[in-house]
Design a protein around this ligand. Structure first.
Ligand code: NAD
Ligand code: ZN
Length: 248
């Protein structure tokens, strides 16, 4: 990794007063969770049409089969050094908040507290009839589809399906974080899916400095990114943490 680029990024972070982060599937690649698109991804095994809210309403059992595969992938994985470095940045007071598009709960498992899950999480279930959320851990999901204890409807996985709006509260919090930030770390996301993709633009509109970490350039790289660090999140973020720590 180019030392000058690392220095440029650490200098932005050291000078910042309100650092925010936006993460995507790439931050969990080092934990063995593949991106959904492309080789080894979920959409090679299942039809993405299954992740639609209207399909869930018609045939929840079919959707639960796919969800079980996803849950097995996620519960069998551990946070990697990228998640740990972001949690450490929050602990020392540098990182003020993190927005993730991931549904794998790995940021929280690594110790991050201020996490906005824009696309929901597999850790929750929702009854679409009663509009109540439940913790996945309270249900045996291995064999039977989970039922609402109040109305017996099949509970929906707590992730945002195609055709569903992102959770309103999470979106408002994410927009507030992006508009308050004076620096934003964007890690492992292709930044094409709205509304997540609008967050770097909001931050930049407020003159925040944008640092991007990815194994390949994205549509942000040559438009609004100030410093692009090419590399794997699980290698770059610990190095960046070392470069910004006074004792690092
Ligand atoms: P994406 O698949 O569109 O983009 C992933 C990005 O990560 C790419 O730009 C790729 O170059 C980069 N990348 C891959 N490996 C990397 C690594 N080791 N280090 C750094 N960068 C790396 O993902 P997205 O932008 O998050 O959007 C996909 C959608 O799919 C999201 O909405 C998300 O909810 C869902 N998803 C979630 C998970 C998860 O929870 N772990 C995994 C896959 C997809
Ligand atoms: Zn119910």
């Amino acid at each position: 990794m180019d030392r000058n680029t690392l220095q440029a990024a650490s200098s932005i972070i050291n000078k910042s007063h309100y650092l925010a982060a936006l993460t995507g599937a790439g931050v969990s690649a080092g934990s063995g969770i593949p991106a959904f698109r492309g080789r080894g991804g979920l959409w090679q095994v299942y039809d993405p049409a299954l992740a639609r809210i209207d399909v869930f309403r018609e045939d929840p059992h079919r959707v639960w089969e796919m969800t079980r595969t996803l849950m097995a992938m996620v519960t069998g994985s551990e946070p990697n050094p990228a998640h740990s470095a972001l949690a450490a940045m929050e602990r020392v007071g540098l990182l003020k908040g993190l927005v993730t598009q991931n549904i794998d709960n790995l940021h929280r498992r690594a110790g991050s507290r201020s996490v906005i899950e824009l696309h929901g999480t597999l850790g929750k279930l929702r009854c679409l009839t009663c509009n109540i959320d439940f913790n996945s851990a309270d249900f045996n999901l291995k064999e039977d589809d989970p039922l609402c204890p109040h109305c017996s409807a099949v509970l929906k996985p707590g992730i945002v399906f195609f055709g569903e709006a992102v959770p309103f509260g999470a979106l408002m919090e994410a927009r507030l974080l992006a508009s308050t930030a004076d620096a934003m770390l964007i890690v492992g996301t292709s930044a094409v899916v709205n509304p997540a993709a609008e967050l770097p633009v909001i931050a930049k509109g407020n003159r925040a400095k944008i640092i991007e970490i990815n194994i390949e350039p994205t549509r942000l790289t040559n438009s609004i990114t100030d410093v692009f660090i090419r590399g794997r999140a699980e290698e770059v973020l610990p190095d960046l943490l070392g470069a910004i720590s006074p004792c690092g």
